[in-house]
Design a protein around this ligand. Structure first.
Ligand code: URA
Length: 376
């Protein structure tokens, strides 16, 4: 077995045990938040938070995603140039602890202890060059995994040697912790993390995966190909749905994802987090937004149209043909028709079935598997 496959098998075994865990009575109804969506298994950087939030990870199944803490965390890493796709994010406690009113609660000492073996195993399997703890609970948990003797107050934003890797403690990015450490101060902490990571990446131990970076570049190329086929413009809604149909076509023909972008369930179906209007101009240079009777429509500047197709360097010929086939079949469909066809995909149907069966609100839950782990 290759090293990569071996790692994956160990991790999936761990995930299976986590999903079956019943150690903490009050976690009975909470999701066990550990899976491939937490990040790549060869990530050089592991973030450890406290516990999934009721309005975030408990529903989205992605640590620090979907609630205010997640929003702050994603903003902080993005501002210092760290991509979520290059890091692994987990929590000291893998289920959402609730108080008697159903609100988020701080995990108890025994709940933290119960989850320590899972955290230890996660660190051992991933073997990251750097661990960053977010808040006091995460720092305490790591101290149980292996003593470090660091307090958050004194050790914040310091680089420590621990378990043969770097350990950097920072504050929790939730709103409550902002009272102790402002957003501006936290941003400096994350600049320190990014700088330390850059230095570690320059050392021979780790190099950021080229393949993973090309994941969102691929999404940019898919979006460009779709826009080029609509010189009259395309609705923002249709762009998401056509990208989704291209992903589905790729999964069906090769069993692999086309891009590694997060696709989450939103009110109108699958939504690509990377196709947010704030991100699109970087992803698709030359994209223009127009207001079409209150509806956002997207266009490619004529200069950018002239550059095709040589600029779509991240897609293989086969992938381009596959996107083309999707465009031939669905390219002229109206928004309502596209909505219907994406809802009929097996991925959306599985999510809707789960919603009906469990009564859970799965808004922001991942619709597609995070990324193909199949050989490169
Ligand atoms: N969401 C998480 O996943 N962890 C936290 O600690 C807070 C919110």
């Amino acid at each position: 077995m290759t090293e990569k496959k071996d790692k994956e098998a160990k991790f999936l075994d761990l995930v299976g045990r986590v999903q079956r865990c019943t150690k903490c009575p009050r976690m009975e109804g909470s999701a066990r938040v550990l899976g491939l969506g937490c990040g790549p298994l060869d990530a050089p950087l592991l973030f450890v938070g406290e516990a999934p939030g009721r309005l975030g990870a408990d529903g989205s199944h992605l640590p620090f995603h979907g609630d205010k803490s997640g929003h702050n965390f994603e903003k902080l890493i993005e501002q210092v140039g760290i991509s979520r796709y290059d890091v692994f994010v987990t929590n000291a406690v893998l289920c959402n602890p609730k108080d008697e009113r159903g609100n988020n609660a701080t995990p108890t000492g025994s709940e933290i202890e119960n989850c320590v073996p899972f955290l230890r195993e996660t660190i051992e399997i991933l073997d990251p060059s750097m661990v960053v703890t977010l808040g006091a609970v995460a720092l305490k948990s790591c101290g149980i995994v292996q003593t470090h003797g660091i307090s958050l107050k004194e050790g914040v934003r310091s680089n420590n040697r621990w378990m043969n890797r770097a350990l950097i403690p920072v504050y929790h990015p939730g709103q409550r912790a902002m009272v102790h450490r402002s957003f501006a101060n936290q941003l400096s902490d994350y600049q320190f993390i990014a700088e330390t990571l850059r230095r570690l990446n320059q050392s021979p131990r780790r190099v950021t995966s080229k393949k993973r970076r090309s994941g969102s570049e691929k999404l940019g190329d898919v979006a460009r190909q779709i826009l080029e086929s609509h010189p009259e413009g395309l609705s923002y809604f249709a762009l998401h749905k056509l990208c989704f149909l291209a992903e589905v076509a790729c999964l069906e023909t090769s069993g692999k994802r086309l891009t590694n972008s997060y696709v989450v369930r939103q009110k109108d179906g699958p939504y690509f987090v990377d196709l947010h209007p704030a991100k699109l101009p970087t992803l698709v240079p030359g994209i223009q937004f127009r207001n079409n009777s209150g509806k956002l429509s997207l266009h490619l500047s004529s200069q950018m149209q002239l550059l095709s197709p040589a600029t779509k360097m991240n897609l293989s010929d086969q992938e381009r043909v596959m996107v083309e086939r999707v465009l031939i079949k669905y390219g002229s469909w109206r928004d309502a028709e596209l909505k219907r066809v994406v809802y009929l995909s097996k991925y959306m149907r599985a999510l809707l079935r789960r919603e009906r069966k469990t009564g859970e609100n799965l808004y922001n839950a991942a619709v597609l598997p995070f990324a193909s782990l199949d050989g490169e």
